[in-house]
Write a protein that binds this ligand. Structure first.
Ligand code: HEM
Ligand code: HEM
Length: 183
């Protein structure tokens, strides 16, 4: 860990955890934008295919970042919050972060699984290449997985929104070092 990770009185998350957080934020926003953009693009068009396949690739990258991030996080405690939170806020933030971490794993896994059992594979943007599907297609299972993926995707608009509001509350109302620890 470099010395810049320690501002007097305010230690920060390690460089890797900070980068992983902000790169993930950008990718999650892009995952939402790309899949919503498809609704405005003509069915069967190259633009729509690009939006949908970008969604797949972005989501897979989120998963690939989140797995090592969780492994690193399990070995590194969060830096202290000053002034310390009360037990109710601590519980609320722990629960929210656990839910966010689960989302970052479960959501891409459901997306990947739905494509693999659909028999259609996972096409990669701007290439002819695709991750091949399982030999035996199970369209009903694929449909259930994608419904769950869409439900969780919708629910997390609210969870992510609350998370951002909580960060703003810490910055502007409580005026503690919560956000500083992540930048
Ligand atoms: C951070 C990761 C991801 C997020 C936040 C996310 C979010 C979403 C959301 C919100 C929708 C529903 C959009 C709507 O209601 O119209 C959706 C649809 C979908 N996602 Fe994801 N997704 C992620 C990763 C993935 C991955 C990795 C795959 C597959 C490789 C995938 C495959 C799909 C598919 C097939 C659909 C349905 C598209 C359609 O109906 O044409 N997603 N996703
Ligand atoms: C503008 C948007 C965002 C801001 C300002 C923000 C800010 C923060 C801050 C300040 C923390 C540290 C909280 C603490 O230690 O008590 C944090 C943690 C976290 N954030 Fe965000 N966040 C944003 C978006 C997101 C998004 C989109 C996701 C994922 C969907 C996310 C996932 C997480 C997770 C999992 C943690 C826990 C980190 C850990 O314990 O290692 N954040 N965020």
């Amino acid at each position: 860990m470099s010395t810049s990770d320690f501002i007097p009185g305010t230690s920060r998350y390690s460089t890797f955890l900070r980068y992983a957080h902000w790169v993930t934020v950008v990718l999650v926003f892009l995952a939402y934008i790309s899949i919503n953009a498809r609704k405005f693009l003509e069915r069967g068009s190259a633009e729509r295919l690009l939006a949908v396949e970008s969604h797949y690739l972005i989501g897979i990258v989120v998963l690939l970042i989140t797995v090592p991030r969780i492994l690193v996080r399990l070995r590194q405690e969060a830096p202290p919050i000053l002034p310390a939170l009360g037990p109710a806020s601590r519980l609320a933030s722990k629960t929210a972060h656990l839910a966010l971490f689960m989302f970052l794993i479960v959501q891409p896994v459901l997306g990947v699984a739905s494509r693999l059992v659909s028999g259609r594979g996972i096409g990669m943007p701007l290439t002819e290449w695709s991750i091949p599907s399982f030999a035996v297609a199970q369209p009903e299972l694929a449909k259930s997985l994608i419904h769950l993926h869409e439900f969780i995707g919708d629910a997390f608009y609210y969870v992510i929104g609350m998370h951002i509001l909580a960060a703003l509350w810490h910055l502007l109302v409580r005026r503690d070092n919560v956000l500083q620890r992540m930048v």
